[in-house]
Each structure stands twice: as C-alpha cells, then as structure tokens.
Design a protein around this ligand. Structure first.
Ligand code: FES
Ligand code: FES
Length: 157
C-alpha cells in the first residue's frame, strides 16, 4: 500500500492503495465513475479511455503508479464542458451512437483529436479514432460525428 495523490476531474484526491492496481478499477470501484468501460482489458478497444494531462490513455493498462501527480479526466468530468456538449450532440445527430458501450471512449478520443487538430481531414479522423473499436455503427457515422463536432465547435478547440 502507498499514499496516492492525483487530480481527478478537477479535484485533488488522496488515498492509500496498491500502486499496481489498474486505473480503470480505481475509477469504477473506488470512485463510482462508470463512464470508462472494460471491453478488452488489454489496450485494444479504447472503451476505458480517459485523459491523463490532456493525452488519451487506456485506463485498463495504466497502473496507479503512473497516475501519481497527474490530472485525470473521465467522461464524467469532461461532461461539464462546452466541448463535450458539441461532441455529444454531433454523435446524437449523425447516429454515431447505437448501444453506447464504446461512446465514452469515442468522445474522449474525439476530444483528444480535436484538441491537437481542430480541423482534421477524414483520414486524420480515422487515424485519431483507430484505437477505439465499435461493434455497432460501422464507423462511418462516428467519422461523420467527428466532422460535425469540428464544424459546430469552431473556435472551441
Ligand atoms: S478495456 Fe481498455 S483498451 Fe479495451
Ligand atoms: S455503439 Fe455499440 S459498440 Fe459502439
């Protein structure tokens, strides 16, 4: 057990825990933040994605030791931003959501992409979302959602 401190959705959290625990488990089990999902559990699907210091990471592959002193944003924290509203509305409008399991990760990946590249080409969107799998939509509607978000959120990124 070790003392842990990091910023979670804008607030500093401090607690004792095993440094080898997965961030995904800590978020879901200790903080009841169930937006990040467990899909593959091995870094392939992006369902567990969160932002760490504004960079996308798969929380299933992130040990707590790597999180000390960092800033973590889950979909729950991101949901209080204007950018979230633009992305969420774009996914809803284009039909980029079906069962919704992948959606928190897709939204986090979209934020990460647009934060670096506010005007991505279709190819850049596909590359940007290549770490996130969806079993339902066939991806085209998700790509359209990202284009829509980039257009409607002009100036936010
Ligand atoms: S559950 Fe983490 S990448 Fe799939
Ligand atoms: S909407 Fe079902 S997995 Fe993507």
């Amino acid at each position: 057990m070790a003392k842990i401190s990091f910023v979670l959705n804008g607030k500093t959290v401090e607690f004792e825990s095993d440094l080898n625990r997965r961030l995904l488990d800590v978020l879901r089990d200790d903080f009841n933040l169930t937006g990040p999902k467990e899909g593959c559990g091995e870094g392939e699907c992006g369902a567990c994605a969160v932002l760490m210091n504004h960079e996308i990471v798969n929380s299933c592959c992130t040990p707590l030791a790597n999180v000390i002193g960092k800033s973590i944003t889950t979909i729950e924290g991101f949901a209080s931003t204007k950018r979230y509203v633009v992305i969420k509305d774009a996914f809803a409008k284009t039909g980029g959501v079906q069962c919704g399991f992948c959606t928190p990760g897709m939204i986090i990946a979209t934020e990460s992409l647009l934060n670096k590249n506010p005007h991505p080409t279709e190819y850049e969107i596909k590359i940007g979302l290549s770490g996130n799998l969806c079993r339902c939509t066939g991806y085209n509607l998700i790509v359209e959602a990202v284009k829509e978000a980039a257009k409607n959120g002009e100036g936010l990124w």
